[in-house]
Design a protein around this ligand. Structure first.
Ligand code: HEC
Ligand code: HEC
Ligand code: HEC
Ligand code: HEC
Ligand code: HEC
Length: 314
């Protein structure tokens, strides 16, 4: 009798907890069921190769942009800097807790991956170690080892699913958290792809703030060890938009350039043409310097930055 009462009492006490845990699961949409243990698992988690089958033109454009190899970078520069971040930075910082490769955690790479690989948040520390190991192979290994490492590092990127799903929503308390069955763009309705059967309009996708989430305002103060890399969104807000500049990043980089998803810098000639107004006026003259007559050139140079921000950045 007594034990039965005891069980009932325990159940009774558990009810609020059961209700609470069920509801808290619903209201914690960022909850990740299983984190990736390897780079391959992380790549599979955000595999956007199937998007390419129907959106082939967009995919071709995207592949030419540096977003498609965002921790390798132009000619491996980003991988090289991840290497020095570990070798010269983390290992020598007295309070970082990093002495060796096995000490590297996701936490240690976050001050880069916040923008270069945001999905690292869904990976275990073993993936952070694998990334640094590959950066070491790329920098220290022989040709074959370096090439293999480069190939694998280039599988990690900012792809369709990062922009149109994981990082698509800026104001999550207003617009909600990204749903696993939905791609976000400029329209709502049925999306004819079984893995993502819904599409939803999200207004900020066309706004500069969408790009701003990764293109930097200055030091990233939210980290125990703030980093600073891109600061371009800061320039855009305070030196362009504040002075009446009305175009968005997407206006210049995707539409007017006609480059679409091949979002580019001066590496593309159309961007060079859009970047500056250059006027040069030269007039030869003679200058009387005391008793000596010197031939000189009188030159007027006018350079106007037409980009929506300071150039170059970073
Ligand atoms: C089986 C073909 C198919 C696949 C696979 C596919 N899509 Fe689509 N997608 C479409 C079609 C067709 C539309 C246009 C639907 C409409 O307008 O009603 C569309 C629309 C979209 C839109 C909205 C377009 C807009 O104007 O804003 C986005 C964003 C999008 N897809 C992203 C993706 C992503 C990301 C993937 C991969 C995860 C993907 N799609 C895979 C066929 C596909
Ligand atoms: C606030 C977001 C942000 C953070 C944090 C960040 N980066 Fe960057 N990084 C960018 C962006 C955006 C670019 C490219 C555009 C630019 O330079 O304005 C870039 C460019 C680079 C480049 C030049 C790449 C090339 O292709 O030439 C390197 C190298 C680099 N970052 C390394 C790092 C490392 C290492 C860290 C961490 C210590 C880091 N970044 C932190 C956003 C960031
Ligand atoms: C760096 C972020 C980013 C990446 C990566 C990205 N997109 Fe987009 N995508 C955008 C933005 C921003 C727009 C809205 C463009 C505009 O305002 O004109 C867009 C527009 C679209 C549209 C609407 C039609 C159009 O051409 O404007 C489709 C469909 C689409 N993207 C599919 C994809 C697919 C498929 C991939 C992967 C191959 C991809 N996107 C990768 C940011 C991205
Ligand atoms: C999830 C973060 C993220 C988003 C969102 C994003 N970018 Fe980037 N972007 C980066 C990173 C990181 C790099 C640099 C990668 C590297 O070189 O290592 C980069 C590179 C670039 C470059 C090339 C810079 C160079 O020096 O060649 C341009 C241009 C650019 N982004 C524009 C945009 C625009 C426009 C948007 C919005 C439509 C956007 N980005 C959205 C993270 C992002
Ligand atoms: C008025 C048009 C215009 C607007 C608005 C604009 N850009 Fe640019 N952007 C350009 C041009 C032109 C270049 C080429 C110059 C260069 O690369 O140095 C460029 C270059 C860049 C670069 C490469 C910088 C470098 O070091 O060379 C990045 C990254 C970039 N833009 C991102 C953005 C982002 C993010 C936004 C929105 C916050 C934005 N741009 C808004 C025109 C624009």
């Amino acid at each position: 009798m007594r034990w039965r009462f005891l069980i009932l009492l325990i159940l009774f006490l558990l009810i609020p907890f059961i209700i609470w845990s069920a509801s808290s699961q619903k209201s914690s949409p960022k909850k990740v069921i299983k984190k990736a243990k390897t780079i391959d698992e992380l790549v599979a988690m955000y595999d956007s190769r199937e998007c390419e089958t129907c959106h082939a033109d967009i995919a071709e454009e995207w592949k030419k942009s540096v977003h498609a190899y965002s921790i390798f970078g132009t000619a491996g520069r980003t991988a090289a800097t991840f290497y020095t971040t570990y070798k010269i930075g983390l290992r020598s910082f007295p309070y970082s807790g990093v002495k060796d490769l096995k000490d590297v955690k996701v936490e240690h790479l976050r001050f880069c991956t916040k923008c270069h690989l945001p999905q690292l948040e869904e990976a275990e520390d073993s993936v952070a170690q694998e990334i640094i190991k590959l950066a070491m192979d790329f920098m220290e290994g022989d040709e074959e080892v370096a090439e293999k490492a480069a190939e694998k590092l280039q599988k990690l990127n900012i792809n369709c699913l990062i922009c149109h799903q994981r990082n698509a929503i800026i104001h999550k308390w207003v617009d909600g958290y990204p749903q696993k069955d939905t791609v976000y763009g400029s329209k709502s309705g049925v999306h004819p792809y079984d893995k993502f059967p819904k599409m939803k309009e999200i207004a900020t996708m066309k706004e500069s703030i969408f790009c701003g989430q990764c293109h930097g305002l200055g030091p990233n103060f939210e980290f125990d060890e703030p980093s600073q890399c891109a600061t371009l969104y800061g320039y855009y807000l305070w030196a362009y938009a504040a002075k009446g500049g009305a175009k968005s990043c997407q206006d210049c980089h995707m539409r007017e350039s006609k480059l679409g998803h091949n979002i580019q810098s001066y590496k593309e000639s159309v961007m060079q043409k859009m970047a500056i107004d250059f006027h040069f006026n030269a007039r030869p003259m003679f200058w009387r310097d005391g008793r000596v007559i010197k031939p000189l050139i009188f030159a007027e140079v006018e350079i106007k930055n037409k980009a929506g921000h300071g150039i170059p950045d970073g």
